[in-house]
Structures are given as structure tokens and as C-alpha cells.
Design a protein around this ligand. Structure first.
Ligand code: AHR
Length: 501
């Protein structure tokens, strides 16, 4: 059997865990909002029309900060359409996703949904068709104290307390030709800087995210970040990263190593941000907000006919059904985000319900967990305290896309307060179980309190409407902890987690 060794140095701390790394994303797209989190006629719906079965699943998933309302959608959005009496809200065409927006859910309802789920709201402003004035108006409406026109309008609409939204995205993917109002890096850098400066004049403690590239494959990747940051550096706190992965041409080996691309992406953006920092002689370090990441069968989506000539309300769009292999890759991407948590301090799994999502629903019917639900929920539940960088000694396998890829990847968290720790592991081998010996003496752990794995004899097994619980977690058999050494056997194509005390 192939073997691997992992050693954990308790002092090799990446960063204290910031729970914003477990964020997600709700966009007015397809059935994410309508027929997703919101379905007034559903048997579990509350007085706002929110499905409580979905609320329970969101809580179990363990998401924290939720980015809203887009995405591409935000670049044509008028936030005023989504506040005030629902019966007078306009129906509009959403040009981004070629559908009809009823505006029955807006800031007010979504704010209440966030309270219901215990989520922090992260808001995006429209810099596609709009600008500084509308961003400031939204900020005043959302966060203003009583006594100014828009804050008073919010209060008249029934919300007395300000929402106190801390994180704001300055538009969305403005580098993408598909984006409504997309711009050059210099144009966007200027409007982002001016909008950010004005927003911080209103509230200097806001945390602002400037748009980075919509993907590392963009021809402008790197240069976009440099130019945008040179314009906006003093006024912003984060630069966004967006990355989606999928298996292509049946090359599962490369796909299982997708994290290597994410690592390259992070390293490039960090290098560029720090280059600008030093050029500007700035004292400030820009953080990365990985505010869209996931598996997305984008090639298939682009070839599909789900967007046609009709203008429909909540059409079925981007409803990818995920396999065990997808979940293993997602678990590995989350490991990578944690390994780089000193710079990636906020992230949003895109998206939350129905649209490339861990949670699926049927109108009037069931809600269920996709395979990708499991690594996310377990990591969010077990990760506590500080993130540690383990040393991993393991062989590699050849991939067509990334060259030699390590067979095992891992990250560790340790909580000094409770004396507990957690180890997250991926086996990327398609054929072999791997026995991993982990030196956990430095963690002071004496017992295994939980050991689970996500694996299936068929790496393409899925949970579907017809078979909603086909795939789930199972106990990680044979894990032993003795004399400061943890020994586990990871099945092929698997993601695993162990909690220690
Ligand atoms: O998450 C789906 C879409 O992907 C978002 O709207 C956009 O920002 C990205 O291209």
C-alpha cells in the first residue's frame, strides 16, 4: 500500500481562523432566490415566504457571510426596486441572466433571511449601470441612523435598526466582456477608487472589496489586478478572486489536482498586490476575498439551451448535479483556502441553493444535500482556533494539466481554548488506498472523537431528486491514535476529516 507521512508543528500557524472563510453567495439567478430560499406556497414557508427546511440545511452547512445580490445580476440592479411595499415593486428584465425579476425579495427580506440563518450580509453595489451616488444611497438606506431621508425611508418600511453591513463589493467581474457595463482596468480602477473613497467618507470602518479578475484564464489576469490596485489601493481592503473548476475530457487525474491551479491563482494575486504595495510605499496589506469558488460545469452550461428567447421568472439555470469526485475536489479547494488563510481571509462558495449549489430544492417538495455539501459542512463545523500548515511527505502522480501532483493534501486546525484539533485530508489517487501516519504529538491529542470520509466505489455517484441520499459520509474505518501518532487509511478519491481531543 502507498504510504504518506504528515508532521504537525504546533507553532507553524498560518493564521487564526476567520469564519468568513466559510461564506457563500446568493444571487438573483435561476432558482437560487425564487423557488430556492423563497417559496411562499411551500408547506415549510414562514410569513416572509422563506422555506424553513432550507434554513435548517443552510445552518447545517455552516455558512457564515453571504454575498448578495450578485454576481452578474448586480450590474443591472436597482436596489430601490427591492424595498418598500411588495405589491408596488416593479417586475424588470434581468439582462445578465435573461430572466424576469419580480423584486419580491430585496434587501429587507434578505436581511431577515440572514437573521434567520445567522448569516452576515455582504453586499455588492452596481458599478455596471450605476455609480457613486447610487452606492452611497444604498449605504445610507442600509446602514444610516434615523434622521436622514433614506435611513428614515428604511425605518418607514419597517426596519428600525441599521443593517450595519460591514463588507461591500465594488461591482462584480468588471473585467468580463459578458458583464453589463464592463470596463478597462484603468476605467474600473478609477470608478472603484472614487466609489470606495466616497463610501469610506461616509463610514471609515467599511471593508471594501475591489474586483480582481473573473478567472485566472482571463487574458488580462495579473495586469488587471496591478492596474486596478494602483488606482484604488488606499481605499480598498480586499481584492476579489473568482475560480470555478470542472473535469474536462474525462481527465479525472488533472481534475483531482485542481487545487494546484487555485494555489497558483492565490500566489499570483498576492504577488501582484504586494508589488503594488511596495511601489506605493504603503503600510497596508491587501487581503484576498475568494468570493466565488466552486465546481461549475461551465462548458456544458455555455453549450446548453437553458437560456433561450423567453423571459421567464426563476428558470432552471446552472443546476449542476455533483458527484463524489466533485465533492473531493471541493473539499481540497477548501483545504487550499485554509492553507492560504494568512491572505485569503474571506471566501464565498458560489452559490448556495439550486444554482451550482450544495443544497437543492423542488417547488412544493423536498430539499436535499448534494455531495459537495458534506466536506463544506464538516470543515465548517470542526475547524476551530488556528490554522496550521502540516508538512506532507508523499509521492506524486502525473497529470496532463499540472505535471506531478502530490497524492495527498491536508490542512490542520487547533484550538488552544478547548484543546481540540481537526485534520482534513484528501487522497487524489484513483486506484490506491493510502496509509497516512500523522505525528500529532504537538497537538497534545489523546483521542479521536470523530472520523468521517466521503468516498464511493463509484467516484461519479451523485445525489439526485430521485435518489437524494445515495451519497453521504461514512465512518473512516481503522483510524488509530496511539502515543502521539495517528494512523489512517484513506480510500481512493476520498475526502476525510478527523476531530481530536
Ligand atoms: O456564480 C455564477 C456567476 O459566475 C456570477 O454571476 C458571476 O459573477 C460569475 O461569472
Amino acid at each position: 500500500m502507498t504510504t504518506a507521512r504528515i508532521s504537525i508543528d504546533r507553532t507553524n500557524v498560518v493564521a487564526p481562523l476567520n469564519r468568513r472563510i466559510f461564506g457563500s453567495f446568493v444571487e438573483h439567478l435561476g432558482r437560487c432566490v425564487y423557488d430556492g430560499i423563497y417559496e411562499p406556497g411551500h408547506p415549510t414557508a414562514n410569513e416572509d415566504g422563506f422555506r424553513l427546511d432550507v434554513v435548517e440545511l443552510v445552518k447545517e452547512l455552516g455558512t457564515t457571510t453571504i454575498r448578495y445580490p450578485g454576481g452578474n445580476f448586480v450590474s443591472g440592479y436597482k436596489w430601490e426596486d427591492g424595498v418598500g411595499p411588495r405589491q408596488s415593486r416593479p417586475v424588470r428584465r434581468d439582462l445578465a441572466w435573461h430572466s424576469l425579476e419580480t423584486n419580491q425579495v430585496g434587501l429587507e427580506e434578505f436581511g431577515r433571511w440572514c437573521e434567520l440563518t445567522g448569516s452576515e450580509l455582504m453586499m455588492a453595489v452596481n458599478l455596471g449601470t450605476r455609480g457613486i451616488a447610487e452606492a452611497l444611497d444604498l449605504l445610507e438606506y442600509a446602514n444610516g441612523e434615523a434622521g436622514t431621508a433614506l435611513a428614515d425611508q428604511r425605518i418607514a418600511n419597517g426596519r428600525t435598526e441599521p443593517y450595519d453591513i460591514r463588507m461591500w463589493c465594488l461591482g462584480n467581474e468588471m473585467d468580463g466582456p459578458w458583464q453589463i457595463g464592463h470596463m478597462t482596468s484603468a476605467d474600473y480602477g478609477k470608478i472603484a477608487a472614487r466609489t470606495a473613497s466616497a463610501m469610506k467618507t461616509a463610514d471609515k470602518n467599511l471593508e471594501l472589496v475591489v474586483c480582481g479578475s473573473s478567472g485566472s484564464a482571463m487574458p488580462t489576469f495579473g495586469e488587471w489586478e496591478r492596474v486596478v490596485l494602483e488606482e484604488s489601493y488606499d481605499h480598498v481592503d480586499y481584492i476579489s478572486c473568482h475560480a470555478y473548476y470542472q473535469e474536462r475530457k474525462g481527465d479525472l487525474g488533472s481534475y483531482l489536482a485542481s487545487s494546484m491551479e487555485m494555489k497558483y491563482f492565490i500566489d499570483t494575486v498576492v504577488a501582484t498586490a504586494d508589488h503594488v504595495k511596495h511601489r506605493l510605499r504603503s503600510q497596508k496589506t491587501i487581503q484576498l476575498s475568494f468570493d466565488e469558488w466552486n465546481i461549475w460545469y461551465l462548458d456544458e452550461h455555455q453549450a446548453s439551451e437553458e437560456v433561450n428567447d423567453e423571459w421567464r421568472i426563476a428558470p432552471r439555470q446552472l443546476e449542476d448535479v455533483y458527484s463524489v469526485a466533485d465533492a473531493v475536489v471541493l473539499g481540497n479547494l477548501l483545504i487550499t483556502l485554509l492553507q492560504n488563510h494568512d491572505r485569503v481571509t474571506s471566501a464565498s462558495l458560489a452559490q448556495l441553493v439550486n444554482v451550482i449549489a450544495p443544497i437543492m430544492t423542488e417547488p412544493g417538495g423536498a430539499s436535499w444535500r448534494q455531495t459537495t455539501f458534506f466536506p463544506f459542512s464538516v470543515t465548517s463545523r470542526l475547524a476551530r482556533g488556528e490554522v496550521l500548515r502540516p508538512r506532507i511527505d508523499v509521492g506524486s502522480y502525473d497529470t496532463a494539466v499540472y505535471g506531478a501532483a502530490p497524492l495527498v493534501d491536508s490542512v490542520v486546525t487547533a484550538d488552544a481554548e478547548t484543546g481540540t484539533s481537526a485534520v482534513f485530508l484528501v487522497n487524489r489517487s484513483q486506484t490506491e488506498s493510502i496509509e497516512v501516519t500523522i505525528d500529532v504529538a504537538g497537538l497534545g491529542a489523546t483521542s479521536i472523537t470523530e472520523a468521517v470520509t466521503l468516498h464511493d466505489a463509484d467516484p461519479y455517484a451523485k445525489n439526485t431528486f430521485a435518489e437524494q441520499t445515495r451519497v453521504g459520509l461514512s465512518p473512516l474505518a481503522g483510524a488509530i491514535l496511539a502515543d502521539g501518532t495517528l494512523t489512517v487509511t484513506l480510500p481512493p478519491v476520498s475526502w476525510s476529516a478527523l476531530a481530536l481531543a
